[in-house]
Design a protein around this ligand. Structure first.
Ligand SMILES: [Zn+2]
Length: 270
């Protein structure tokens, strides 16, 4: 076994969650060594688990960690009333978002929340997702290539390979549009991760978390994948799912939600 996070062989494998059990994901890979699994849990997964841009949609969507299924997610952060600057505390939970003043009274004005951007977090998280997905699809010798090594460098805070990614830090993070078919198909609680591409070229790794309330993507020049390469991760699932094709996964989920075949056909031709 070669480890997809460090490229080395001969170490014991671990049960590494792709992307993270904190996000309610049961998808696992055995092709990550125990030291790397432990170090990433400490250095990256724990950082993700404290990050406001992850905690807010996680609480609103009621996505629970695989380890702590009983714990209802809730997250509080300091905020301010936009018009007056009055300090408030904003709580996010599955019941919604509530701002309270210093005496605990609900505030109904428009409130702003500030948080750090965590610029380094997204490249590392999406590199981890990409390597985890690659470990489920690709042979060991893929690890000798430039792309695998570029992803490992991103994962471990190393330099960015500016031949692969000439524009600098390549991971984009944001939110899917409300009418994006993937967001409609996923609902609020599910994630979808994997590789998408057209005709074997221009592949990217992506992670749509909490139904696309958080979405990040990273172009992967030179990746060639045939066949199904995305996973729909449902926090209610007992077992890791099988990979699917991107379009067929979206169509399956939209059909399951009662969208008409005509509507789905319209999306396909759009
Ligand atoms: Zn390793």
């Amino acid at each position: 076994m070669r480890c997809f996070y460090c490229g080395e062989s001969g170490k014991a494998g671990s049960n590494e969650h792709v992307p993270s059990q904190f996000l309610g994901s049961r998808l696992k890979t055995r092709r990550v060594c125990s030291p790397c699994g432990a170090r990433i849990a400490r250095e990256l997964d724990d950082e993700v688990a404290r990050y406001p841009m992850v905690l807010m949609p996680k609480a609103l969507a009621d996505v629970r960690s695989v380890k702590h299924q009983r714990k209802r997610p809730s997250f509080s952060v300091a905020g301010a009333v936009s018009a007056t600057g009055q300090a408030v505390e904003v709580e996010f939970s599955p019941s919604g978002r509530v701002a309270r003043d210093g005496r605990g009274a609900a505030v109904h004005d428009v409130v702003e929340v500030r948080y750090g951007l965590g610029d380094d977090l997204w490249p590392r998280l999406i590199a981890k997702v990409a390597l985890g997905c690659a470990s489920l699809l690709l042979p060991d010798d893929w690890l000798d290539g430039r792309l695998a090594q570029g992803l490992q460098s991103l994962l471990w805070h190393g330099p960015i390979d500016n031949v692969l990614w000439p524009g600098g830090v390549p991971a984009a993070c944001g939110e899917l549009e409300a009418d994006d078919p993937a967001r409609l198909a996923l609902g609020r609680q599910r994630h979808m991760i994997g590789f998408v591409g057209d005709d074997g070229a221009n592949h990217c790794a992506f992670a749509y978390l909490f139904g696309g309330q958080l979405a990040c993507a990273l172009p992967l020049p030179g990746l060639a994948i045939d066949g199904p390469s995305v996973w729909v991760l449902d926090s209610q699932l007992r077992e890791p799912p099988a990979p699917e094709g991107y379009d067929s996964a979206i169509e399956r989920m939209l059909g399951g939600q009662g969208w008409s075949p005509t509507y789905i056909e319209g999306l396909r031709s759009a």
